[in-house]
Design a protein around this ligand. Structure first.
Ligand SMILES: Cc1cc2nc3c(=O)[nH]c(=O)nc-3n(C[C@H](O)[C@H](O)[C@H](O)COP(=O)(O)OP(=O)(O)OC[C@H]3O[C@@H](n4cnc5c(N)ncnc54)[C@H](O)[C@@H]3O)c2cc1C
Length: 435
C-alpha cells in the first residue's frame, strides 16, 4: 500500500489547465483566498455579477481537505441529526440540517448543470449500529428524523444482512438524497466553469501576508475592495481567528476494483455509503470504478497536531472491516492517505465579517463538503448584499462569539488538545442550547 491520494491519481486523465502562480500586482473587486469546496462555491456565486473576481490557492483547486476527502455528499457530518436536535431544538436542527442539505443540492446542481465528470454516484446513506449502544444510536436517529419529518428506513439486526454483507451489526438506518463524488475532480471541474465565467484563478499562490485591502503572495499581490478568506489551517500571522480552528485526522484507503459478484455480496441491494457507530468510526463506499474506499482512524492519531502517515492505522481499520464483512477478506488495498479536517470546538463552522477589517469575510472550520459549499456561497451572497439572505438566522450559529463550554483563555492553562477534546465531546454528547 503506497502513500498517495487516489483522487490525485484520477487527475491524470484530466485535460483542463493547471493555472500558473500569480506573478503581478493586480486589482480586483473581490478576492477569494482558498479554492476548496468553500472557495469555489464563493467564486461561483460571482459568475455573471459583472465584478472582477480573483481566486487564489496555495495548492491546486481542491488540493487540500476537499481533494483528500471521501466524497460522501450527505447532510450528515460530525454531528448526527439527533445530536443537532438535542443541542439546538427542533428549529435549530432543521436550520442546520438545512444548511448542509442545501450544500449537497448546490454541489449536485453544479455537477449536473455543468456536466462535470467527477464520478457522481447516487448512493443512500447507511448508518450501522454495533452492539446495544449502536442500536440505541440508530433508534435516536430514527426518532430524530421522525420528529423533524424526514423519512428513513430502519433495519433490525436480523434484517441488516439484506443490505450489507455482514452479520455483526445490531441495526441500521438508511436514508436517501445522498451522493458519492470524486471531490478533486469536482473542484477541478468547477475551476474550468469559473474560468469560463471570467473568474481569474491562480494556483500555487499562497497568501503570506495581508495589510488593508492588499494581500501578498510570494510573487505578486492583489488589492481588492472585498476579500473572502476560505482557507484551512490558518496561520497566526494571517488572522487572529486561527485560534478558533482545531483539527481531527482521518485516514482513507482505496482497493483494487471489485468483481460484480463481490459487489453483490457486499451490497445485496446495490451500493450504499456507510459508516458505523464505533468511537472512531469506519466509513466506506464504492466508487464508480468499482473500488472500495475505506476510511477511519484511531484515538492516538485523531487529534495529532500534524499530519501523521502511519500505514498501521489504515491496516488496522481495513483488518477490522474485513473481520465484519467476510466477502472482502481477500480484497487488496493499493493506496492510502491521511488528512486533517479543520473544525471548530462545537463542530459548527465559523463565518464572520472581521470587525477590524469590515471588507473582509472569513469562512473557517467547515466539517464536510456540503457545509463548506453552503458557507462559501453564504459569504459571497453577503458581499453581494443579497437581500434574501437571512443573516440573523445563520450568524447565531456561525458567529465566533457564540458560547463554548471552555473559553479560549483557558487554553493557555489546559492546552489546545484538551480544550478541543472536551468541547468537542460536550457538543456531540451533552450540549443543550434550546428546548
Ligand atoms: C481524509 C478526509 C476525508 C473526508 N471525507 C469527507 C467526506 O466524505 N464528506 C465530506 O463532506 N467531507 C469530508 N471531509 C471533510 C471535507 O474535506 C472538508 O470539511 C471540506 O473539504 C472543507 O472545505 P474547505 O473549502 O472549507 O477547506 P479546504 O478544502 O481545506 O480548502 C481550503 C483551501 O485554502 C487553501 N489555502 C489555505 N491557506 C491559504 C493561503 N494562505 N493562501 C492561499 N490558499 C490557502 C488551501 O490550499 C485549500 O485548498 C474529509 C476530510 C478529510 C481530510
Amino acid at each position: 500500500m503506497i502513500l498517495q491520494d487516489w483522487w490525485f491519481t484520477t487527475l491524470l486523465g484530466m485535460t483542463g489547465p493547471i493555472r500558473p502562480p500569480l506573478r503581478d500586482n493586480i486589482k480586483a473587486d473581490v478576492l477569494i483566498v482558498g479554492a476548496g469546496a468553500a472557495g469555489v462555491a464563493a467564486a461561483h456565486r460571482f459568475v455573471g455579477s459583472g465584478k472582477k473576481v480573483v481566486l487564489l490557492d496555495r495548492n491546486i483547486c481542491g488540493g487540500s481537505s476537499t481533494g483528500k476527502s471521501a466524497g460522501f455528499l450527505t447532510p450528515d457530518s460530525e454531528l448526527e441529526l439527533s445530536q443537532l436536535l438535542r443541542k439546538y431544538g427542533t428549529q435549530g436542527a432543521k436550520d442546520l440540517w438545512g444548511v448542509s442539505a442545501k450544500g449537497v443540492d448546490i454541489m449536485v446542481d453544479n455537477i449536473k448543470r455543468h456536466k462535470l465528470e467527477c464520478d457522481l454516484q447516487v448512493q443512500d446513506c447507511l448508518f450501522l449500529g454495533k452492539g446495544a449502544g449502536g442500536w440505541k444510536d440508530v433508534q435516536d436517529e430514527v426518532n430524530a428524523r421522525e420528529k423533524i419529518g424526514y423519512s428513513s428506513t430502519v433495519y433490525k439486526e436480523s434484517e441488516v444482512p439484506s443490505v450489507i454483507g455482514s452479520n455483526v451489526y445490531s441495526g441500521a438506518i438508511r436514508y436517501t438524497g445522498t451522493y458519492g463524488v470524486d471531490p478533486l475532480l469536482y473542484a477541478q471541474g468547477m475551476k474550468q466553469v469559473l474560468l469560463d465565467g471570467g473568474i481569474e484563478i491562480y494556483e500555487s499562490s499562497e497568501v503570506i501576508s495581508w495589510e488593508g485591502h492588499t494581500v501578498n503572495t510570494h510573487l505578486g499581490s492583489v488589492t481588492a475592495d472585498k476579500i473572502i478568506f476560505c482557507i484551512d489551517k490558518p496561520k497566526p500571522d494571517l488572522t487572529k481567528y486561527y485560534e478558533t480552528v482545531y483539527h481531527a485526522q482521518t485516514f482513507l484507503s482505496i482497493s483494487e476494483p471489485l468483481g460484480d459478484n463481490d459487489i453483490a455480496k457486499l451490497f445485496p441491494q446495490g451500493p450504499l455509503q456507510c459508516w458505523d457507530s464505533d468511537l472512531v468510526y469506519t466509513y466506506f463506499r464504492l466508487t464508480g470504478t468499482k473500488r472500495l474506499l475505506v476510511g477511519g482512524g484511531d484515538l492516538m492519531t485523531t487529534y495529532a497536531k500534524n499530519d501523521t502517515t502511519m500505514p498501521r492505522v489504515m491496516d488496522k481499520v481495513i483488518r477490522g472491516l474485513k473481520e465484519k464483512i467476510p466477502s472482502i477478506r481477500n480484497l487488496g488495498f493499493t493506496q492510502y492517505w491521511q488528512g486533517r479536517i479543520d473544525m471548530t470546538r462545537d463542530l459548527i463552522p465559523t463565518v464572520l465579517v472581521d470587525p477590524e477589517h469590515p471588507w473582509t469575510h472569513f469562512v473557517l472550520g467547515c466539517v464536510g463538503l456540503p457545509w463548506a459549499t453552503f458557507c462559501g456561497d453564504f459569504a459571497a451572497r453577503n458581499v453581494l448584499d443579497d437581500k434574501e439572505l437571512d443573516n440573523e438566522k445563520y450568524y447565531q450559529y456561525f458567529s465566533p462569539n457564540r458560547k463554548f463550554m471552555i473559553p479560549l483563555w483557558l487554553e493557555g492553562i489546559l492546552g489546545k488538545k484538551i480544550v478541543f477534546t472536551v468541547n468537542n465531546a460536550w457538543a456531540k454528547y451533552r450540549q443543550k442550547n434550546a428546548e
